[in-house]
Write a protein that binds this ligand. Structure first.
Ligand SMILES: O=C(O)c1ccc[n+]([C@@H]2O[C@H](COP(=O)([O-])O)[C@@H](O)[C@H]2O)c1
Ligand SMILES: Cc1cc2nc[nH]c2cc1C
Length: 336
């Protein structure tokens, strides 16, 4: 079947369910997208996994976050003990959680159940030098892809991307600015909760950093302004799309990774579900730039993959209605 034929067949199946045409709203568009990703009239969610990529940021030395950078490793430990919001929501929905050390400035104890993928002990301070070398960035992309391949081989077809990294809203705002052309002001927000004066300082600093470097390719831009967790998410999303998986994009930082992935390969877009609109300034604009119709709008601004885990059951509902609802014919209900 061509894509056009499959689209038509899926829409026909959806329209023949016992409901007024279009009345399941966005759930219908979700079911259609799931069918197109999986190339089937009966999409299924199998062995869902949530990756939480953790990394540190050299720019955190400039005081661009209200929290100290050791919160990155401390929260990573919390994830491993099961005590964070993402653990709670993953348990609620039977999503397997995987914590990845993409580049935390900490040595996790030997017996920690962390996935050891450390490329460096954080990025460099981009006020002075590019965050990563292109080689480091490429390795982070490849590592993300490798983790996704392994998960796919274990029967997972839906994968959430979340993160933890003090300072990572700064990297995300810079990537948004560089890839969309929107001003630093509209791309920069309070992150984990900056007050007004500190937000002004962050904005001025990000302007200075943005003006310091000119980059040509998506790889150079990601290496210069990104983060190791962002690069790993980006590589993971690219591979997940190549493998025909469903990709759950969490908040502002994960969306910046998705935006970057689309610079490498625009077709990735077809596999992405934008799970929620974060309260972080810039997120709404980045989502509309990507023509996204987010699943939830809960005023979250936590990260970790929480919005993705919360949206997941609605995607399951979309598969359930398209697979289990009776058609007008089957139920003997008159259609129009
Ligand atoms: O996901 C979001 O939309 C989001 C918005 C604001 C903050 N965060 C989280 O807060 C941290 C980054 O905030 P900051 O101020 O240190 O750049 C990082 O660990 C993110 O997971 C996440
Ligand atoms: C406590 C805390 C938890 C987080 N989870 C994701 N980002 C975070 C940032 C902070 C500061």
């Amino acid at each position: 079947m061509t894509k056009e034929e499959l689209t038509h067949a899926l829409q026909h199946k959806i329209d023949n369910k016992t409901k007024p045409t279009g009345s399941l709203g966005q759930l219908e568009r979700i079911a259609l997208q799931l069918g197109l990703i999986q190339q089937t009239l009966s999409p299924q969610m199998e062995n869902p996994a949530m990756f939480v990529f953790a990394a540190d940021h050299g720019l955190a030395d400039e005081g661009i976050s209200p929290y100290p950078k050791e919160v990155t490793w401390q929260m990573a430990m919390n994830f491993m003990k099961g005590g964070a919001a993402i653990n709670v929501f993953c348990r609620q929905h039977d999503i397997q959680i995987k914590i990845v050390d993409a580049g935390v400035d900490f040595d996790f104890p030997e017996d920690s159940p962390v996935i050891r993928a450390k490329i460096a002990r954080g990025t460099r301070n981009m006020r002075h030098e590019p965050a990563m070398t292109t080689d480091e960035c490429q390795r982070a992309l490849e590592q993300g892809a490798q983790l996704v391949r392994e998960t796919s081989a274990n029967g997972c077809n839906v994968i959430g991307f979340g993160e933890m990294g003090i300072g990572n809203t700064s990297a995300s705002s810079l990537l948004m600015h560089k890839f969309t052309g929107y001003s630093i002001e509209v791309c920069t927000g309070r992150g984990a909760g900056l007050q007004d004066a500190a937000l002004d300082r962050k904005t001025r600093l990000l302007k200075e950093v943005a003006e310091k470097y000119t980059t040509e390719t998506p790889l150079e831009t990601l290496a210069t302004f990104g983060g190791l967790e962002i690069a790993m998410m980006c590589g993971g999303m690219l591979e997940a799309a190549n493998l025909g998986m469903v990709v759950l994009v969490d908040g502002f930082i994960a969306t910046a990774a998705a935006l970057t992935a689309c610079q490498f390969e625009p077709e990735v877009r077809d596999n992405l579900f934008f799970c929620h609109t974060s309260d972080e300034k810039g997120h709404r604009l980045m989502l509309s730039y990507m023509k996204a119709e987010p699943v939830l709008n809960l005023g979250l601004r936590l990260g970790e993959g929480t919005g993705a885990a919360l949206a997941y059951p609605l995607l399951v509902s979309a598969t359930k209605f398209i697979n289990e609802m009776a058609s007008f014919d089957e139920a003997g209900v008159s259609s129009k």
